[in-house]
Design a protein around this ligand. Structure first.
Ligand code: GDP
Length: 825
């Protein structure tokens, strides 16, 4: 260090010796230093200064400071100074860098702005183009244009707006971007305005590209709507798929279409149906209405409640072989019953032959280890009625033809039924023991009806049998077993049972009883089920030999106890899980049936049927059901009916039988839409009730020519004036008195309607007409009266007829001639 250097004032605050400082160095050298206090320097807070101050303070305390010490202090001060200079330089450099950075950014931003402006110009142009195009499209096809065009333009216009830049100090923030907008001139607005600005209608409508594009699109739609007629304009039509059950109430139909009830009623009126909202429509009518309203129809055959019924298809591996179900058909007296009896007597499963009394309308037989189930309901009624109800129970039809007779009408009918049901046939040529037996004639006869038997090198098996001698029975059973094998009949025993009702009746002691044939699954005691409109819980199962059983598998016929009511033949029984489900389904079905009847009105009267025949050329058959007092008259009627008819219409006797008209006759008639003809027989009380309920017409005749005339007229569509009978009452004979001079007098109770003195009367015994005539007397106590009301007792005597018995029923009716028309009943 030089002296000059030494003269440089050193800042020592609080130094004891201010002024000159003598510095001592090594080897005796000294130096005088002028010390001057410089506030500025000391005040700079630096680590060096601090230490110097500390040293100084220490020095202050000590009386003297060594040269070495001074030297260190000087060095520290110099270092401090150097650092200060470095700092200044660094700051200046940083300042410069910042300036450069700012400049650079400004340039960048300016460039971006320029770019943005160009882009905006472009967009403006494009949006204007779009707008113009929209206008054109709108004009072209007034409505759909607005919606169709907007989605195209919206996304393209939307995008660039988000990237708008806003100036040097407002960096483009993504969140803010969608809210940024500009005024008409396209110049950016002030920051505050940008942030707070909401899209106004004016902005949206004036600026082609202004505002949020999505909102703009909706604004345009709104504007479009307003232009079309204000906010009251109906909304765009929503096309619905309407679930349509078999019948539907008008208001419910409206509900399902989401249309106003009034509009639906109006529409119905326009199509000529004067209905109120509470009336029931059939599915066809409803479908027309649904289509008129522009909706789609989805027909539902079963309501949702029915969905609990297990309808899952069985997997192949779950299926096991089941016994075939056989129905024997054929013309009356050709030996159906005899054949069934003969088979049963020889082959009843595990039974002692001959000793078995049949308990139910079906039985099983064993043939070489194979089981066959026979439906013991000969005749076509069971077959047809079951089919009408959707239960195809029969797998094989055995057609019985008497070898000493020929192919008869019912033989042909059976053939047609079997063919219609696609059920294979086996021909049993019966009565081979008879002297006049000519099986060859039967075979050739059958050819005419397109039944080619094996003996005629056809496919249909034929077996010559005798129900009386038992000849050929084994062969017949083998033929059946073979046919069954070909059919490969299978079912899954391990699922909820499904069965078909073969017959059902109300048993006095046991309540409603149904004989069912299990078709799939296994029916067990305790199972809860629905069957037709009824439901129940299996209280007991009784097999074909009268034995109580715990369960019945596929193809097994059993009698079921524990029903809520009597189902119909052909009704399907389904096992469900809970009683509530069963009850619900049953209630639904009852309601649906009721609605259907209401919708159909009194359905099957002869007149209506013929009206239908007239308008619908496809209906070429007039189906009827005939019940007669004796077999002879039933035959005569069948033959007479055969002759009626022309090329277009023919009468088809669905079923004929002897005895009272029963509930199951009505069921069959209903299923086929046929009227029931009672020839000298009457419907029993349940059948009458059923007929009323189901709208099935029952016509009674006592003269075969009247009946033939009526049917012929109906079939040919020539409906003349008719004598119309009105049943006005029933009376039950409680006692029979012999009165001298008068003869037999019946002490009666009028059970239904009224008894009238001048009315016509019929005497019924077990629902069969045994006399028709007029009354000689109608007495209430001692007095002759004109009329006796229901619930009252009276005395009646017939004109010229004496054979009256306790328990007979007197039917009272009036007659009047009416002009028949197609519509009126
Ligand atoms: P369905 O009306 O078809 O049930 O016939 P049936 O079984 O009632 O028989 C009518 C009549 O023919 C009865 O008198 C039977 O005895 C008789 N019959 C049935 N099969 C045979 C048979 O194979 N040979 C003879 N000789 N008579 C028979």
């Amino acid at each position: 260090m030089s002296d000059q250097d030494g003269k440089k004032p050193l800042g020592l605050s609080g130094g004891a010796r201010a002024g000159t400082v003598k510095q001592s160095f090594a080897r005796g050298r000294t130096n005088n230093v002028v010390v001057e206090t410089k506030r500025k320097r000391v005040s700079v807070p630096k680590p060096g200064a601090q230490s110097a101050a500390a040293v100084n303070a220490q020095g202050g305390k000590q009386a003297s400071t060594t040269d070495a010490e001074m030297d260190r202090r000087l060095k520290a001060l110099q270092a401090a100074k150097a650092r200060e200079a470095e700092d200044t330089e660094r700051r200046a450099r940083e300042e410069q860098e910042r300036d450069e950075e700012r400049k650079r950014r400004r340039e960048e931003i300016e460039a971006k702005e320029r770019e943005e402006k160009e882009r905006e110009e472009l967009l403006k142009q494009k949006a204007e183009d779009d707008k113009r195009r929209q206008e054109e499209a709108r004009e072209a096809r007034n409505r759909p244009a607005a919606d169709a065009v907007t989605p195209e333009t919206a996304p393209t216009a939307d995008k660039p707006d988000r990237t708008r830049n806003l100036g040097p100090d407002a960096r483009p923030a993504r969140n803010d971007a969608p809210r940024k907008r500009e005024d008409d001139s396209g110049k950016p607005k002030g920051g505050g305005e940008r942030r707070g600005g909401k899209l106004t209608v004016n902005q949206a409508l004036r600026g082609g590209e202004g505002g949020r594009q999505r909102s703009l699109a909706s604004m345009r739609r709104k504007q479009e709507r307003q232009r079309r007629g204000g906010p009251s304009t109906p909304q765009e039509k929503v096309m619905r798929t309407v679930q349509l059950p078999e019948t539907i109430v008008v208001s419910e139909l409206a509900n399902r279409m989401s249309e106003r009830v009034a509009a639906v009623v109006k529409s119905l009126m326009q199509s000529g149906l004067m209905v109120t909202q509470n009336e029931v429509l059939d599915a066809d009518t409803a479908e027309l209405i649904i289509e008129e309203f522009g909706h789609k129809v989805q027909r539902v055959s079963e309501a949702d409640v029915e969905q609990v019924i297990d309808t899952i298809e069985d997997k192949d591996e779950d299926l096991v072989e089941r016994a075939p179900v056989i129905t024997i058909m054929g013309h009356v007296d050709h030996g159906k019953t005899s054949l069934l009896d003969a088979i049963r007597k020889t082959k009843v499963v595990s039974g002692e032959a001959g000793g078995i009394t049949q308990h139910i309308g079906a039985y099983q037989v064993d043939v070489n280890g194979k089981t066959l189930s026979f439906l013991d309901t000969p005749g076509h009624a069971a077959f047809t009625s079951m089919r009408a109800r959707g239960a195809q129970v029969t797998d094989i039809v055995v057609l019985v033809v008497a070898a000493d007779d020929q192919v008869m009408p019912q033989t042909v009918e059976a053939i047609n039924h079997a063919k219609a049901a696609k059920v294979p046939m086996i021909i049993a040529i019966n009565k081979m023991d008879r002297p006049g037996a000519d099986p060859q004639k039967v075979r050739t006869d059958l050819l005419q009806h397109e039944v080619i038997v094996e003996a005629m090198s056809g496919e249909v098996q034929d077996v010559e049998v005798s129900a009386v001698t038992g000849e050929g029975l084994d062969k017949l059973l083998e033929a059946i077993a073979l046919q069954a094998e070909i059919l490969e009949l299978k079912a899954n025993p391990n699922r909820a049972a499904e069965a078909a009702v073969i017959e059902a009746q109300l048993d006095v002691g046991r309540g409603p009883v149904a004989t069912v044939l299990v078709q799939n699954g296994t029916l067990r005691r305790g199972d809860i089920f629905v069957v037709g409109e009824q439901w129940g819980k299996v209280r007991a199962l009784i097999d074909d030999q009268g034995q109580r059983v715990e369960e019945a598998g596929p193809s097994v016929p059993v009698e079921v106890l524990g029903l809520s009511g009597t189902p119909g033949a052909g009704d399907v029984l389904n096992v469900v899980e809970t009683e509530a489900q069963a009850r619900e389904i049953s209630e639904y079905r009852q309601q649906a049936a009721k609605d259907k009847r209401a919708a159909a009105g009194a359905a099957t009267t002869l007149d209506q049927m013929m009206a239908k025949v007239k308008e619908d050329q496809n209906v070429s058959e007039l189906p009827i059901l005939v019940k007669a007092d004796v077999q002879g008259s039933a035959e005569a009627i069948l033959q007479a009916m055969e002759k009626i008819g022309n090329d277009e219409v023919r009468v088809r006797v669905l079923h004929s039988g002897v005895g009272a008209i029963t509930e199951s006759d009505i069921t069959l008639a209903e299923a086929s839409g046929a009227p029931v003809i009672g020839f000298n027989v009457r419907a029993n009380a349940p059948a009458r009730a059923a007929a009323n309920q189901k709208g099935v017409e029952i016509r009674y005749y006592s003269v075969i020519y009247d009946m033939v005339d009526d049917i012929r007229d109906a079939a040919s569509g020539l409906l003349s004036a008719e004598i119309k009978e009105t049943f006005i009452g029933y009376a039950e004979i409680r006692e029979v008195f012999k009165v001298t001079g008068v003869g037999n007098v019946a002490g009666c109770l009028v059970t239904e309607g009224v008894a009238q003195r001048n009315a016509g009367v019929r005497l019924l015994r077990d629902d069969v007409v045994i006399h028709e005539g007029t009354l000689k007397t109608l007495k209430r106590f001692k007095d002759e009266v004109k009329e006796v009301q229901s619930g009252q007792e009276c005395g009646m005597a017939f004109e010229r007829y004496e054979d009256i018995r306790k328990g007979d029923v007197i039917e009272i009716f009036t007659r009047q001639e009416v002009e028949r028309t197609l519509e009126a009943d």
